[in-house]
Design a protein around this ligand. Sequence first.
Ligand code: APR
Length: 201
Amino acid sequence: MRDDVRLLLGEGSSVLFTEGDITSQDTDAIVNAANSSLMGGGGVDGAIHRAGGPAILQACKQVIAERGSLPAGKAVATTGGNMKAGYVIHTVGPIWRGSGNEEAKTLASCYRESLQTADQLHLHSLAFPSISTGAYGYPLHQAAEVAVGAVAESLPHCKRVREVRFVLFGAAAFDAYVQAAKDLAQSVEPPLRYTIQTTES
Ligand code: APR
């Protein structure tokens, strides 16, 4: 297991990178990499429904009945059921088709809309998985760059959310996201100044 890494964005906002299972996180909400039907699936979606129990599917059915299927790039909150996190924020990532730009816009929207949803619920902390990089086939390093960039841009605009966690399944995903954070911290222009904190620093 890799040691956690933190990206400090200033003004009390930070992004933690940790290797692990998102279903055991104690953040106020966790994000689900769902599909438009919100009826569950494999990967992180399956793990969240198993850990949270039937209350999540029940809430998803109600959402679908009220507003129809959830388009890619959008987000909606339900109960967290039996998990420590009080809410699950379901978002639908893009399916990678190789064109790059459109997928990147949709992926960035997933992170932005999930953060806005958490902020509207007055939550302070939110955990994300690596959206679209499993069944949806988005290349890991490209997804990491979009994800970290979108969170760094959106988090300072939140009134209440202060901490975002990326909960990464396996060393390869962890390393890709930490590399994206380091690249961002190096390339950001003043007055912005991002700092990377590791256990050694
Ligand atoms: N905790 C954290 N990350 C996890 C977990 C977990 N418990 N389980 C899987 N992952 C990781 C995967 O390793 C991958 O890097 O989540 C990432 C996203 O993979 P998927 O869950 O396959 O999500 P995605 O690529 O967005 O595909 C969504 O998969 O099962 C379906 O219903 C879901 O149709 C939707 C599609």
